[in-house]
Write a protein that binds this ligand. Structure first.
Ligand SMILES: *[C@@H]1O[C@H](CO)[C@@H](O)[C@H](O)[C@H]1NC(C)=O
Ligand SMILES: *[C@@H]1O[C@H](CO)[C@@H](O)[C@H](O)[C@H]1NC(C)=O
Ligand SMILES: *[C@@H]1O[C@H](CO)[C@@H](O)[C@H](O)[C@H]1NC(C)=O
Ligand SMILES: *[C@@H]1O[C@H](CO)[C@@H](O)[C@H](O)[C@H]1NC(C)=O
Ligand SMILES: *[C@@H]1O[C@H](CO)[C@@H](O)[C@H](O)[C@H]1NC(C)=O
Length: 678
């Protein structure tokens, strides 16, 4: 009785002590993710930012180890038998690209934390050529093998095996598991990138190793994948390290091995991992898709938006670029109406290169019509007309019907919001003034000049008397006379004056034309007549004969040289031929020059009634009628004897010029170009 009591007391006393001792000595740990863990890492192994233990990356021919940092006692003494232990971990083997291979990885219990010193690719980092299979290794491992190495008798490239001192497995099985409600195994693919759980248990009494695999979603299967009866006592030393080992393949592409959580327990069941608390794998499995959504899709959207924006901008720009004003009534003028697009293309977008000339009222561009390859001159005139434009266009169109060999054909027009475009036939030689003034490249000789004069006179006569309506040009001057291939003078730019008349140009009075060519009564009354055209023609005659502009500007306006004055004083001095262009030398026909100069003076007379009509002018020029005696006319008009446009006439102009605060007007004078259909 007392003996029983004593043993009972002893038992009661001793058992808790043993239990307590076991509990305090037996190492156990759990990592739900490895954030701030103290693993011993070697080689490629690292802890990712979100707490994954990444054992390998795709660097080739490397080894990697991750061990629990402290040594663990697996035996009481070096001669005693090994303790039981169990471990659970969650892993994922993520291929870089589908079908990539790698040797695999292993859970390992080993005497040191760095195992292979030499190349270890096919040895999973556990051994090298010299150590594989050696009983001195004292390495126990469970391999997760994704490469079939014939040399080691691997059953396939997707198996789990128990390895002792060698990668030639003691036992192995294709990766698979038996769910608890089933009685057959389901295959698993280790390197699918999917998370899986593995349990390794050793029963130190039973001397049996069980290895159980399961997908992350499954509960721990009751039936292990591998169950090997084996005494680990000779293998395991008293203190060992536990951890993971891996090696990488000979090419850069491989399988990245992750451990998400790990628990271990000596002499007991490893604490079950809380799967919900494990860190997240990078979305490797959906790499392509995720790249598509995170990078591709936004990029594509952006690209799409850009394309749409560019498209819209292009469309709007085009629309704006080619925008024109076309009203219902204009459809009647079909053939005379040009599209802005055609003119834009013809002039290469109104480029500076195609610019022929520039005046106060617009620029003239050369162009080739895309429709019929006809060379044209396009005059761009800014206008802000609301009213009057209709009548003006009607006139333009009717002027388009003018046909005379000494007129520049007006082909048609186009209208934009603030612009009117007149399309003339292109005259290859340009305007006459370029052959007369400022050291021209080529000076016209006398017979050419005389022919131009007669041509222009005949064109003007056609306008005044021979067409169905009386057309007053209003801007006869040398810069509005253009020369064709045969150096025929052609009067251009008719019709433009009418635009001013309709009050469509800003800063312009109703009096349009160029200073020096304006008849005094015109600037006084604003009424243009055929006689005001004759006055301008007179100035033109003098220009051509003398090779000078009607007014040569000096710094002081009083010192301006007035061409009419000059010729008049030569005539008064009895030597009118002195006024003939110096550049001609003596190479001119005296009678003709005399006639032209005197006719110029006659046309410049300040009294419109005294000026001849264009029909008379033409008769004089042809020599069929003799010029009246100028002296008689001069004396008849003014006591001072200065009846010819000046000074009375010119004073009028000056005063009208002074009172009209008109910039574009003065611009015209400076430029002497209100350039016509060149
Ligand atoms: C792989 O890991 C090693 C060690 O952490 C690192 O030096 C190397 O840059 C990594 N390579 C790649 C491709 O991530
Ligand atoms: C980490 O492990 C080393 C041994 O590898 C040990 O010296 C150190 O104290 C450990 N630190 C922590 C915080 O556990
Ligand atoms: C262990 O066993 C060996 C022989 O098997 C013996 O020589 C040695 O003394 C033993 N050591 C201990 C500590 O029992
Ligand atoms: C499982 O894999 C093994 C070996 O790869 C194969 O022989 C077997 O047919 C597979 N079983 C199923 C159900 O796919
Ligand atoms: C190992 O598996 C066998 C067979 O399923 C089982 O009887 C035994 O209890 C298991 N041992 C351990 C340590 O789980």
């Amino acid at each position: 009785m007392s003996f029983r009591l004593v043993t009972a007391i002893l038992a009661c006393f001793l058992v808790p002590v043993a239990v307590c001792a076991a509990a305090s000595d037996d190492v156990g740990f759990i990592y739900q993710g490895f954030q701030s863990s103290n693993l011993s890492l070697y080689g490629l192994a690292k802890i990712t930012n979100n707490g994954l233990l990444q054992i390998t990356n795709n660097t080739k021919l490397q080894t990697a180890y991750a061990f629990y940092p402290n040594p663990i006692n697996f035996k009481k003494t070096s001669n005693s038998s090994a303790f039981s232990f169990s471990t659970q971990f969650v892993f994922a083997m993520v291929p870089d690209v589908p079908g990539a291979t790698s040797p695999g990885m292993a859970f390992v219990i080993a005497p040191t934390r760095v195992l292979a010193r030499g190349p270890s690719t096919k040895f999973l980092g556990l051994f090298d050529e010299t150590t594989n299979g050696s009983p001195k290794n004292h390495v126990f491992s469970v391999e997760l093998d994704t490469f079939q190495e014939q040399e080691f008798g691997d059953i396939n490239d997707n198996h789990v095996g128990i390895d002792i001192n060698s990668v030639k497995s003691k036992v192995s099985q294709p990766a698979s598991y038996q769910a608890n409600n089933k009685n057959s195994f389901d295959n698993l693919t280790l390197s699918s990138g999917q998370q899986m759980q593995l349990w390794v248990e050793y029963d130190g009494v039973d001397r049996r190793i069980n290895v159980t695999l399961a997908p992350i979603v499954a509960a721990k299967p009751n039936t292990p994948l591998l169950s090997l009866s084996y005494d680990l006592s000779p293998i395991l030393l008293q203190t060992m390290y536990v951890g993971f080992s891996s090696s990488t393949s000979p090419i850069e592409l491989g399988i990245v091995h992750f451990i998400l959580g790990w628990s271990f327990k000596m002499n007991g069941d490893a604490q079950a991992l809380d799967l919900s608390r494990l860190p997240k794998l990078p979305r490797f499995g959906h790499k392509k898709v995720s790249k598509f959504f995170t990078v591709g899709l936004p990029l594509l959207s952006l690209l799409f938006l850009l394309i749409v924006a560019f498209g819209a901008a292009y469309y709007l720009r085009r629309k704006w670029k080619y925008a024109e004003v076309l009203e219902e009534w204009e459809h009647a003028y079909g053939p005379h109406r040009f599209t802005y697009k055609d003119l834009y293309i013809a002039t290469k977008g109104f480029t500076e290169k195609e610019l022929l000339g520039e005046g106060g009222f617009g620029r003239v561009y050369k162009g080739v019509l895309p429709t019929n390859r006809v060379e044209v001159a396009v005059k761009k005139v800014s206008h802000q007309a609301r009213q009057g434009i209709r009548e003006f266009i009607a006139e333009i169109v009717s002027l388009g019907r003018l046909r005379h060999r000494n007129l520049v054909p007006l082909l048609g027009y186009c209208r934009r919001k603030r612009e009117l475009l007149l399309v003339y036939e292109f005259m290859s030689k340009g305007s006459l003034d370029r052959f007369l003034f400022n050291q021209p490249k080529r000076t016209l000789n006398w017979s050419e000049r005389f022919r131009v004069i007669r041509g222009v006179a005949s064109g003007l006569l056609y306008l005044h008397e021979e067409w169905e309506q009386v057309v007053i040009h209003r801007d006869v001057k040398s810069s509005n006379v253009l020369l064709d291939d045969e150096l025929n003078g052609r009067l251009g730019d008719f019709g433009l004056a009418r635009l001013y008349d309709h009050g469509t140009l800003p800063q312009t009075t109703h009096v349009a034309g160029s200073l020096g060519y304006l008849a005094p009564e015109y600037s006084r009354t604003g009424r243009a007549t055929t006689r005001t055209d004759v006055y301008a023609f007179g100035a033109f005659l003098l220009e051509v004969a003398c090779g000078r502009r009607p007014i040569k500007h000096r710094a002081v306006p009083e010192e301006n040289i007035i061409l009419v004055d000059l010729v008049f004083s030569c005539w008064k001095a009895g030597n009118i031929l002195q006024a003939v262009d110096q550049k001609l030398g003596t190479e001119y026909v005296k009678e003709e020059a005399d006639l032209v100069l005197k006719l110029g003076l006659l046309c410049s007379h300040s009294e419109p009634e005294i000026r001849p009509s264009m029909r008379q002018v033409l008769l004089y020029l042809e020599g069929s009628v003799a010029l009246p005696d100028l002296s008689v006319l001069a004396m008849g008009v003014s006591a001072v004897g200065l009846g010819f446009g000046h000074p009375a006439g010119f004073e009028d102009i000056k005063s009208s010029f002074a009172t009209s605060t008109d910039k574009s007007f003065s611009y015209t004078v400076e430029d002497s170009i209100l350039s016509g259909g060149r």
